[in-house]
Design a protein around this ligand. Sequence first.
Ligand code: NAD
Ligand code: ZN
Length: 255
Amino acid sequence: MTGQMPEEVTQRIKQAAEIIAASHPVIALTGAGMSVESGIPDFRGKNGLWSRYDPGLYATIDAFLADPVKVWEMLREMDDLVMKAKPNPAHINLGILEKKGFLQHIITQNIDNLHQAGGASNVIEYHGNCSTLSCLSCTRQYSMADKRHEHLPECDCGKILKPNIVFFGEGLPEDTLNLSFELASKARVLLVIGTSAQVSPANTIPAVASRNNAAIIEINKEKTWLTEQLTDIFLEGDAGDIMSGLVEEIVKADA
Ligand code: NAD
Ligand code: ZN
């Protein structure tokens, strides 16, 4: 799997694998880049969903409150993509790492359920999940599966429902914040995968881990601000290829 990679990246994968195999606990922070190979575009890509729906105009709580019908146009398309998406080798290999005991927790900014579909169990969904909906008026909860047939999902009380994802401008549940920072402060290794680390407060997790002497291993298609400032080992490439190579080497390093 690592055969087609530049020798430099292959060497760094081996180095990262040795560190992961010898460290505990290891956690991962993942972002939209993780699911690009599953067909869900990230925010930075120039094509797809986000070129038609500016996240600044469609993914904010103010936009939803002002015009839920408009925001549901975007949510419908996003739901179609998420429904069709299957876990890719990056999700599957993280699941394998967890099962083999090399990875303790995943903190994901994604709302697509693909970590769980890829076999991981200890997943903190930092920005929620799009498979359930709630009513902002009466707090009733629904599953998206039961409401998908409705063009505009409505509560029994008549209000338009909101998916249980954290929009820009919304706060995060306190227990999610506390648990994530606690895990970051205890981690010996933080694997950062497919995030540009622009969205706060998730983007403060690497600094918390680094301050507590965790090794920061970053897998991204392009350099980010973390690469120069916090990352110890940068593995440049597609998350699927890099994770496949990394898991192969971790198993060897542990043998
Ligand atoms: P982002 O779009 O800001 O950054 C994605 C990062 O992944 C970039 O650094 C990019 O170079 C990298 N990348 C792209 N393809 C990759 C690949 N195949 N392999 C490895 N890296 C790759 O994403 P973000 O930092 O997660 O922030 C976006 C916000 O939007 C998050 O809060 C997230 O909740 C939300 N979002 C979620 C999804 C999803 O659930 N799948 C999709 C889009 C946006
Ligand atoms: Zn209601």
